[in-house]
Design a binder for this molecule. Structure first.
Ligand code: UT7
Length: 324
């Protein structure tokens, strides 16, 4: 008997406040045209005062539960991928438990920055395949607006806030790659690249939360190379090739990275889910948000082979091959 981690529901939440590129023209030497052409971003959502990562995550969680037709206590575990928790501790996952009324099971956070959702998916798969849990909710939730340096035009125009959630259930499969569910993954990190993307503060160093710092250009060059390679490896691990791919569901950092990776993979842009124009870079939330949008738009359907790939601070990067 082969167990598979199969998606049984998805949900998302974006804060009400939508900020168009033009908003930044008021305070920075930038313009809509630069942001659009260099990143593909047209607008992003920012959380309101008093609205925290756990609030966004809980709303996405409730939407996913409704989509799956489940109650909170039908889920055994919650994993939240985030780099912007409400507090240093407890975890956002336990706050979500409380907010959605989940009184059993367990929750914890995973931190792999923009690649966090890929790492969390792989962790959930491990829990499900080992019998530790029968149903796991994986949430990507971020409030990157809280770690922006609003005087740094090279970073603050790129990020947004949001949350997306997928619920997985352990189901019996055939063991073939025609099964629905998570089929394979590839995870990587390399701490030598730390200076390319980091936050300049933290509990143990400055005692502050710090601001995001990025060498955008250097990271851009790493991104396309590493994303295409990790996607190829995940497919290979599943015994699949690029020809089997129905949808690429990429981390949404920059449309040019998304295009470059798709080109390298040999997958046409018509088969790539794109949300960067509306969401900006929501870090660990961008892949689950993109899955939800893909489903809502009638693109991703049960049985479709999806490859999710992401790279971010660490550097940490990886991909998951998942049959929806
Ligand atoms: O989620 C984690 C992964 N994140 C990424 O992978 C992000 C990767 N990097 C990128 O997406 C791109 O590198 C950026 C969008 C950050 C920048 O695009 P770029 O084409 O690499 O631009 P650049 O950094 O080479 O900057 C080009 C010019 C510079 O001016 P000079 O030195 O040529 O005079 C920048 O100062 O654009 C300038 N610039 C801006 N101009 C107007 C930088 N930011 C802005 C801005 N508005 N907001």
């Amino acid at each position: 008997m082969t167990l598979r981690s199969v998606v049984i529901g998805c949900g998302r939440y974006l804060p009400d406040r939508i900020v168009p590129n033009s908003e930044f023209e008021k305070t920075l030497d930038t313009n809509d045209e630069w942001i659009r052409t260099r990143s593909g971003i047209e607008r992003r959502h920012f959380a309101g005062d008093g609205e925290f990562t756990s609030d966004l995550a809980a709303k996405a969680a409730n939407a996913a539960l409704a989509n799956a037709g489940l109650d909170a206590d039908d889920v055994d575990a919650i994993i939240v991928a985030t780099s912007t928790p409400d507090l240093t501790f407890p975890s956002v996952a336990t706050m979500v438990q409380q907010k959605i009324g989940m009184t059993r099971g367990f929750g914890f956070d995973v931190q792999a920055v923009c690649a966090g959702f890929v790492f969390a998916l792989t962790t959930a798969n491990g829990l499900l395949l080992s019998g530790q849990a029968k149903r796991v909710m994986v949430i990507g939730a971020e409030t990157f607006s809280r770690i922006m340096d609003w005087t740094d035009r090279a970073t603050c125009v790129l990020f947004g806030d949001g949350a997306g959630a997928l619920i997985f259930e352990a189901q019996t499969g055939t063991g073939k790659n025609s099964d629905r569910g998570i089929l394979a993954a590839d995870l990587n990190s390399d701490g030598r690249y730390k200076d390319m993307l980091y936050v300049d503060g933290g509990v143990s160093s400055t005692g502050t939360s710090g601001k995001l710092r990025m060498q955008g250009n250097a990271l851009f060059r790493q991104a396309v190379e590493k994303l295409a390679a990790t996607a190829e490896t995940a497919l290979e691990n599943a015994g699949l090739t690029r020809d089997d791919v129905d949808w690429v569901v990429p981390h949404q950092a920059n449309i040019r990275i998304i295009q470059g990776t798709a080109r390298k993979l040999g997958v046409p842009m018509e088969q790539v889910i794109q949300t960067v124009q509306d969401h900006g870079n929501t870090s660990a939330a961008s892949i689950p948000l993109a899955f939800c949008v893909g489903v809502e738009e009638g693109k991703i359907k049960p049985g479709d082979l999806c490859i999710a790939e992401a790279i971010g601070g660490g550097l940490a990067w990886g991909a998951v091959a998942l049959r929806w």
